[in-house]
Design a binder for this molecule. Structure first.
Ligand code: HPA
Length: 272
């Protein structure tokens, strides 16, 4: 990660949020963009106006940094994320985490679309991430250590904060969502997995697989933020189901789940 670029970008953006005192940052994954539509927009900045972010390259990732309000609480929302497979390095992936820290926001909610590694977790279900397995080929903290990234060897015994997981659990229950607690496995992508890889990921202990979230969770945990993760299960991973996988299917399943995930988000915000 490039500390100088990060710090310059942070100082450019921080001034737009002065005095806002947001309580949470949310990063919205594939197809999640519309989940914030009931919330009041106080501030909207296109990623293309934030040099470190650049335009969103993936369909289903809107590419806006928002300041929103719900029942008097303010939140920062990244409407779309960058991924390792985009080949742009870690800076744009790390920016939401370090902006959260710079704005003195304590917590982050990381959302994503994920493929289920077993038939018992179905498309349309939600999964509260209890823990993760980093099966990517890299780690955002690889490289020269800077104290700004937190300790050189961060503890990861509770990356996903128990209190936030309990809040998500109650929000899912109160929204009548079909939901699970599980282990999210991150792969590099952009290919979906082969059936043999899916079998392997399941036997490693994974519940669902995706191409994001874990890098942000590692960074946020390292600098002492409390982290929560919520997956919308969009498909059975390769070999678990018969269907060929497409990004369009992933986006349309998230759209179908929108009323439930909107309710979960609203109830979560009330409890934070
Ligand atoms: N694999 C990897 N990433 C994904 C999947 C999947 O099956 N579904 C949504 N994101």
């Amino acid at each position: 990660m490039n500390l100088e670029l990060l710090k310059n970008s942070l100082s450019g953006i921080k001034k737009h949020f002065i005095d806002a005192s947001p309580v949470l940052t949310i990063v919205l994954g594939s197809g999640w963009s519309e989940v914030i539509s009931p919330l009041k927009v106080l501030q909207s900045i296109d990623y293309s106006d934030i040099p470190i972010m650049g335009e969103s390259q993936v369909k289903g990732h809107t590419g806006k940094l928002l300041l929103l309000e719900h029942e008097g609480k303010k939140i920062v929302v990244f409407q779309g994320r960058h991924h390792w497979y985009e080949g742009c390095g870690w800076d744009a992936i790390a920016f939401p985490v370090f902006l959260t820290k710079e704005l003195s926001i304590k917590s982050m909610l990381l959302t994503n679309a994920a493929g289920s590694l077993s038939k018992s977790v179905k498309p349309g279900d939600l999964m509260i991430i209890d823990d993760h397995i980093n099966a990517m080929s890299n780690n955002p903290l690889t490289g020269k250590h800077e104290p700004y990234w937190g300790p050189h060897f961060p503890d990861q015994s509770e990356v996903y904060d128990l209190e936030l997981r309990n809040i998500l659990d109650s929000a899912c229950k109160d929204s009548n969502a079909t939901y699970h607690h599980g282990i999210y496995i991150a792969k590099d992508g952009p290919t979906y997995e082969t059936p043999a890889e899916v079998q392997n990921l399941h036997s490693m202990g994974g519940t669902a697989v995706g191409m994001s979230t874990v890098p942000e969770a590692i960074l946020a945990n390292s600098i002492g933020l409390t982290v929560a993760g919520l997956s919308c299960i969009t498909n059975l991973a390769a070999g678990v189901g018969d269907a060929k996988l497409t990004h369009e299917e992933v986006l349309s399943e998230t759209t179908k789940a929108m009323p439930i995930i909107t309710s979960v988000l609203e109830k979560t915000l009330l409890a934070i």
